[in-house]
Design a protein around this ligand. Structure first.
Ligand SMILES: C[S@@+](CC[C@H](N)C(=O)[O-])C[C@H]1O[C@@H](n2cnc3c(N)ncnc32)[C@H](O)[C@@H]1O
Length: 428
């Protein structure tokens, strides 16, 4: 593809993502995949640039939007086109590339006097020192400030980076074997620094290679999600209820963590559970996972209830940056209520002596510490278990950042998706 055709392709995909983001749950990743299916002629190098730029623009979305509002309001071009140009010129520092892309072939953007003025106007903007402050709309900025105080900017900065591509093996003993095999296709792959089960790829594995690894039971799972599952404290012989199992990212690993465990999985959204059934079909832990489409049909007391609750997803906004554009202050308040209700429901399924595991992939205090502390206040039969000891056992590292008994994984420190994990024991 010529650079001009690429810029127009990025603009067109971006425009589609933005048109869907508010009113549908469509992901940028799926929109991009559909575009690739319709444009099979696009080579792998071009695909890489298109997807890196699309996700880059979505990560910088509010910063770019702010630049338009403050510096370029007098120009009247299509919004998505402006975002692409500003991203390439100011963030990627690639003015010449953009300039030469115009009129570089039949599929390129056409140059005009007005557009040339626009490109020059962008070039003359210097990013202010506090550009990170416009990373989010005001209400979200306040949520981050409440959660991180003086560390807010380092969190904002980390959310502008690319997400990792991590896979995990089922047992730590398999990691070296799989890692050596992976190195044949990806010489830059490394073992994940904290999870003993993870391998970090430097590029996507092709479908052919994914099929080849089926027998090794690898799964795509971010290191943060691996650690959240490992920290759930699963013990031999337990009955575990995974209340928000979704597509089963954590359920399969829960079922493999100790001998003789039984995992009951359910979710509010039965369509998501269908995906577990699919993943399940090439997984060895077939006999110890039971799927319930409707949690009302579950009648048991579990040793461990996993609540991987729906949340803002702010810990994974590097991976799904469109989510930060989608979320509103109202959605956020609704999510807080859903989380409280799930905690209440989970408590009813738990045996005395059992443990409730509260997990979010959120960075925000109101979804994390505040939820757990308010639950404990209203449920005097529960106490918080200190996760620091499990962290030391599993991770064997000094990178514990929480000042409390909860575990916090931060993209700015652990360079994985952000997670919050709390363990609550029912003692009476
Ligand atoms: C963070 S996702 C779970 C991800 C999954 N555990 C994994 O590891 O892939 C949260 C899940 O909660 C489900 N959910 C939403 N509202 C719910 C509710 N009121 N009760 C139970 N599950 C709910 C969603 O359908 C979603 O699958």
């Amino acid at each position: 593809m010529t650079p001009g055709a690429k810029l127009l392709a990025i603009e067109s995909i971006l425009s589609e993502v933005l048109s869907k983001v508010i009113n549908t749950s469509a992901s940028a990743d799926n929109t991009l995949k559909t575009w690739y299916r319709k444009n099979k002629y696009v080579g792998s190098k071009d695909r890489k640039e298109i997807s890196n730029s699309l996700f880059g623009i979505l990560r910088y979305y509010f910063i770019l939007n702010n630049i338009i509002n403050f510096n370029l309001k007098s120009f009247d071009f299509k919004f998505s086109f402006q975002l692409v140009l500003i991203y390439y010129i100011l963030i990627k520092n690639n003015y010449e590339y953009v300039l030469n892309s115009f009129d570089d072939g039949p599929y390129a953007p056409k140059m005009s006097e007005k557009k040339l003025k626009y490109l020059e106007a962008i070039k003359n903007i210097s990013l202010s020192n506090n550009y990170l402050n416009s990373s989010f709309p005001n209400w979200l900025y306040e949520e981050f400030l409440y959660s991180f105080n003086k560390d807010t900017n380092s969190i904002f900065k980390s959310l502008l980076n690319e997400a990792n591509i991590d896979i995990r093996v089922t047992n730590a003993s398999q990691r070296d074997y799989v890692f050596n095999k992976i190195l044949k296709y990806d010489q830059l792959a490394v073992k994940t620094p904290f999870s003993p089960l993870g391998i970090r790829l430097s590029k996507r594995l092709s479908l052919k290679h994914i099929k080849e690894f089926k027998n090794e039971l690898i799964e795509f799972q971010d290191e943060g999600s691996q650690l959240a599952t490992l920290l759930s404290g699963v013990k031999e012989g337990e009955v575990i209820l995974d209340l928000c199992a979704g597509a089963g990212g954590k359920s399969l690993l829960l079922a493999a963590l100790a001998n003789n465990v039984k995992v009951i999985v359910t979710d509010f959204d039965s369509n998501r559970l269908n995906k577990i059934k699919l993943r399940h079909s090439w997984n060895k832990q077939k006999n110890n996972i039971e799927i319930y489409d409707n949690y009302h049909n579950i009648n048991l007391y579990a040793d461990r209830v996993i609540c991987d609750v729906p949340c803002s997803g702010s810990g994974s906004w590097r991976r799904r940056p469109e989510e930060k554009i989608r979320i509103s202050n109202n959605n956020f308040s609704d999510l807080l209520l859903v989380q409280q209700n799930i905690l209440k429901r989970a408590a009813k399924f738990l045996k005395v002596g059992g443990e409730l595991v509260y997990i979010t992939c959120s960075l925000l205090k109101k979804e994390n510490e505040d939820q757990v502390e308010s639950f404990i206040k209203n449920n005097s039969k529960f106490q918080i278990v200190d996760l620091k000891y499990s962290w030391d056992n599993i991770v064997n590292s000094k990178s514990w950042v929480s000042k409390k008994k909860f575990c916090k994984l931060l993209p700015s420190i652990h360079n994985c998706d952000g997670f919050f994990i709390a363990l609550l024991r029912k003692f009476e």
